[in-house]
Design a protein around this ligand. Structure first.
Ligand code: AMP
Length: 412
């Protein structure tokens, strides 16, 4: 006999009990973003690798080690999208959205892929909800988006949230700062981790993300980006902070906040949740004023964020109840139960019935376990009783009246 197939650990399955919670998150996010004027956009899961290599940056962790890339039969280099912003900018350019009234406000939700070693809260395939405002450099857009993400998370009952906020300045100041930081780190090269040392030339700012003790000590005394902001970037950052203060959204300034994507400029932010353990990042983003130009479009400032659906679900205090039927049909005759339940469903009433030929008592037990509000008990003599499961109250009803009675009870 062939050996039994064993799925690798970390296989991503969403079971029915979780789908209800997912639908609730998606609906909440859609309502919020729609009300803020964001139109939904969908881009394909497969993109040309160059979109990410250029857009996210070749030296980032995402591009250098986390992408699922392959060459297709026609010799094209393709990648399963690891993030949503670069593809959206590609679409913005491709569809001439820069000719539309600016800014263009978009949102998206869907699966993303990163070659990671799966663990709790970190998957190879995961889902993100994201929002972008393209075509304005106003600090109002940064603040509006941060407030939206804060509302999205709090509206789902997520507590223990922390918002960290930083600014990376313009691409030019950031480049000058990067050189300064590189020179500083080089002076302390012996104390740094191998990983950080290997990327000193390509991406010295990643040293801020290191867990290595020696690196942390060196970086703790390094000059920070916030100290080097040019006057207009500092002013922009002050305006974002003032707007967040006015909106009552608390944040902590974090001069070491470096997001894992190369394209960020000016504002960067990240929400984390204390309930999530090691993978505490729940959503984040920032301004990417240089990205559209890098991808071949006109110079266009933009800002956005992405939040992880799985982490949102893990952080939610009260998981919504799994789908409960409104009515469980109990009847000794399976075919009669089938007919009654299907009739109820035609009235958009969720109804279930026993599929295992259980005796009456067994079916009543199933009705209780299903969480149904009512049991519709069809007796052998054709009489029908409607039983409210919580109170145990039961009365005889006419089968023609049944749908109307159940629907009326929804409002009661
Ligand atoms: P990032 O684009 O890395 O900033 O990710 C944005 C959000 O997506 C994070 O805050 C997480 O909530 C989520 N996320 C990123 N990578 C993963 C992953 N491998 N598994 C699950 N969620 C993820």
């Amino acid at each position: 006999m062939a050996a039994r197939y064993q799925a690798p650990k970390g296989t991503f399955d969403v079971l029915p009990a979780e789908e209800a919670a997912r639908a609730l998150v998606a609906e909440h996010a859609g309502r919020l973003l729609d009300a803020a004027g964001h139109g939904r956009i969908e881009t394909p899961a497969l993109e040309e690798t160059e979109v990410f290599a250029r857009g996210v940056g070749a030296s980032t962790d995402i591009v250098s080690k986390e992408m699922f890339s392959f060459t297709d039969r026609g010799g094209r280099e393709l990648t399963l999208r690891p993030e949503g912003t670069a593809p959206i900018c590609r679409a913005y350019i491709e569809h001439g959205m820069h000719k539309d009234p600016q800014p263009v406000k978009l949102w998206y939700a869907g699966p993303f892929f990163r070659a990671e070693s799966p663990q709790r809260g970190r998957y190879r395939q995961f889902n993100q909800i994201g929002a972008e405002v393209i075509g304005t450099d106003s600090p109002l857009a940064d603040a509006e988006l941060i407030v939206l993400l804060d509302e999205l998370l709090r509206g789902l009952g997520i507590a223990d949230l922390e918002l960290r906020l930083g600014s990376l300045g313009s691409l030019e100041t950031r480049a000058a700062y990067r050189d300064e930081l590189r020179d500083y780190l080089r002076e302390h090269e012996a104390e740094l981790s191998d990983d950080v040392r290997a990327r000193l030339d390509s991406n010295p700012m990643r040293a801020f993300d290191s867990d290595h003790e020696g690196t942390r000590a060196v970086i703790g005394a390094a000059p920070t980006m916030l100290e080097r902001l040019e006057a207009d970037d500092a002013e922009h950052f002050a305006a974002v902070r003032a707007l967040l203060d006015a909106a009552g959204v608390p944040y902590r300034l974090d001069p070491t906040l470096v997001r894992g994507l190369d394209y960020y400029t000016r504002t960067v932010f990240e929400f984390s949740c204390g309930r999530l353990g090691a993978q505490s990042g729940i959503g984040g983003g920032g301004r990417y004023d240089g990205l559209i130009e890098v991808l071949g479009g006109p110079p266009t400032p933009a800002v956005g964020w992405a939040a992880g659906t799985e982490r949102i679900l893990m952080a939610m205090a009260d998981a919504p109840l799994p789908q409960r039927p409104e009515v469980f049909v109990v009847c000794a005759d399976g075919a009669a139960a089938f007919e009654l339940a299907l009739g109820l469903r035609r009235h958009r009433i969720s109804a279930q019935f026993d599929l295992a030929a259980r005796a009456f008592k067994g079916q009543m037990k199933r009705a209780g376990r299903s969480g149904a509000r009512f049991a519709a008990i069809l007796e052998q003599d054709g009489s029908l009783k409607l039983r409210e499961m919580d109170s145990g109250e039961q009365r005889e009803v006419d089968s023609a009246e049944l749908p109307a009675l159940v629907i009326a009870a929804r409002e009661a």
